[in-house]
Design a protein around this ligand. Sequence first.
Ligand SMILES: NC(=O)c1ccc[n+]([C@@H]2O[C@H](COP(=O)([O-])OP(=O)(O)OC[C@H]3O[C@@H](n4cnc5c(N)ncnc54)[C@H](O)[C@@H]3O)[C@@H](O)[C@H]2O)c1
Length: 318
Amino acid sequence: MALDKPIGRIAIVGTGVIGASWSAFYLARGFDVVATDPAPNAEAHLRSYVDEAWPLLTGVGLSDGASRDRLTFTTSLHDAVSAADFVQENGPERPDFKMKLFADIDAATPVDSIIASSSSGITPSVMQTNCVHPERVLVGHPFNPPHVIPLVEVVGGGKTSDEAVRRAMAFYAAVGKKAIRLNKELPGHVANRLQSALYREVLYLIEQGVLSVADADDAVSYGPGLRWGVMGPSLQWHLGGGEGGIKHFMDHLLPGMVQMWKILGTPNVTPELQRTLADGVTREAAGRSVDQLAEAENETLVGLLRLRAQQELRPQHV
Ligand SMILES: NC(=O)c1ccc[n+]([C@@H]2O[C@H](COP(=O)([O-])OP(=O)(O)OC[C@H]3O[C@@H](n4cnc5c(N)ncnc54)[C@H](O)[C@@H]3O)[C@@H](O)[C@H]2O)c1
């Protein structure tokens, strides 16, 4: 596989929640996008999603040549991928389904093209099981929605070449994503495991009657979550250690944290807990639709990312 093969044409396989968002993102970055999905109304849904996302993406800044006219839709998987330089797969999250889908994609995609899956939890080794050219199959897991959130987790399977992983990392970085490389594959990759670890404790605290759903949300989003949107947890503890930084944190605060791990909880996800959760979230949403909440969140996130970018552009000396 040539490391320098230019990427100009992206195939999007599956245009549901994630595939539609990826399509909007790649169009905004100036690519030709060919999308496929067998669902009835998939094309209309995709085009309306892209239209709704376009003002936000325009505000962020479109790349040269970016145009919604460069979106093509086909119901033929073969036609979608046969001339693609990079495939971003977003089909249903079932191992047996992905194994078959990847065999079909692999058979139709040029051998020197990358095939990346958005899968949230299935490992690439599983997906490449029945591929004839598994060396270019990997996971490029985005965070929802990919047209706003920069993170992409890149991980190869047992048969993926190092070159393919490096090429995917370089591609994602070049289009403005924050790509991180996982050195080992594991179910749930990394970011979802982190989310899951925190959410287990959130549900435990709600189950135990310590917090309402809204207060648990505030405890994260007005506290540590605000800071995690600026710096990750380890760098945060460097600040938490004061002048002594991370070394002082390790002497002073880490031992208490290690003790705390022994008393963290695991909730029983009973129908009652689920009712409490659903009622609490409905009250928090206060009549706003999922689309309205997502739009408000996306606008806030774009503002935060802009601030972060300005900060990163400043000279690093004091
Ligand atoms: N929803 C999230 O928050 C999220 C975040 C990151 C990654 N992901 C991953 O992205 C993938 C898609 O998830 P989603 O939430 O968009 O699901 P979704 O159900 O919204 O979309 C899946 C789409 O795949 C289509 N599809 C079914 N069979 C197909 C086929 N043979 N070829 C092409 N398309 C086909 C369906 O019609 C549907 O539109 C999953 O692997 C999931 O784990 C989801």
